[in-house]
Ligand binder design. Sequence first.
Ligand code: SF4
Length: 411
Amino acid sequence: MDLLNTLVDKGLRRELPTREEALAVLATSDDELLDVVAAAGKVRRQWFGRRVKLNYLVNLKSGLCPEDCSYCSQRLGSKAEILKYTWLKPDEASQAAAAGVAGGAKRVCLVASGRGPTDRDVDRVGKTIAAIKEQNEGVEVCACLGLLSDGQAERLKDAGADAYNHNLNTSEATYGQITKTHTYADRVDTVQKAHAAGLSACSGLIAGMGESDEDLVDVVYALRELDSDSVPVNFLIPFEGTPLAQEWNLTPQRALRILSMVRFVCPDVEVRIAGGREVHLRTLQPLALHVANSIFLGDYLTSEGQAGQADLDMIADAGFEVEGAGTTTLPAHRSEVAAATGGCGSQGSGASVCGSSATADEAGCGSACGGCSGHAGHEAPVPVQAEAGDVRSDLVAVRRRGAGTDLAPNA
Ligand code: SF4
């Protein structure tokens, strides 16, 4: 296929595909699926070899959020029967993190529900980061605490955080239909604050919320503009008791096409298969390793993942290897900039280079989709007809072990 040859060439050169090319990936047929994965795999191997980075989630504070993100089981008014608890103590969080590190995780992601942290919360998380780093030499810590106020990113950086996660989730045009209590611009602002403070920016999306192909392409182009070092690709877990409980729009094939599109648009960044991997990729998970170079080990924030050992077996069986703590995840052209700036590092040398996105403080970055979406007059998204269609709530298991419980975590 000419399209795939072009996308591989561009990916190897870190050149931005056109929107039409990105949309064409999403429109490929199931007959073409293996060719799409193979092409994305060439780009993945160029920048990340056969390494898989493992990340481990610790939910520091679960449920009871005042925000109303429709996809979230922890949202205001959620009827999902998830674990609800307030802040874990630093030693409890450290114990949970140690299980993930022992299972092979290189990064620990500390997440707390809520609109954003108070300064006291930032202090508390700082102590947790110190406890984790003291007990796990070389571990990377990413904080995910919601919207940041001025100065908080710098304080997290000073406390030892390596990265900050805040997802854009969906396109600017549709964001208001997913969440009413904060805006897309709020989210962009927090990613920029993290970036400016020298934290590695981690920002991704959620697919399967009824968005169009154009929305998916918009948010991925916006993430490239924001120059995220890591892009988690979540596939909606339609929790019973949330407004999106009926949105079973994804098939394993579509999930692979979405991951491939992300890889072509962001060829040299960490593309992470995040929540919903088991639920939506199901038995095709190993194929996704040819496209993404990073996954979460074990359970998610409020839902169960497959057993950590099953993750490790899958990686080995598919011919990949777990990335060791001594290995730098990002390719040299990104990691060297990160080392020089103390931050995420990314800028290539030209406007067409991945992560080039001008600089964070230029007008283009942050206005995000403004330059690339071509989405004027965007109307309410028409939910994509479910390709599979069937509600598979049997595939969703609420997490009942690990952080916030007395039971051992699943790492
Ligand atoms: S995504 Fe975060 S801010 Fe939104 S409802 Fe869930 S916990 Fe709250």
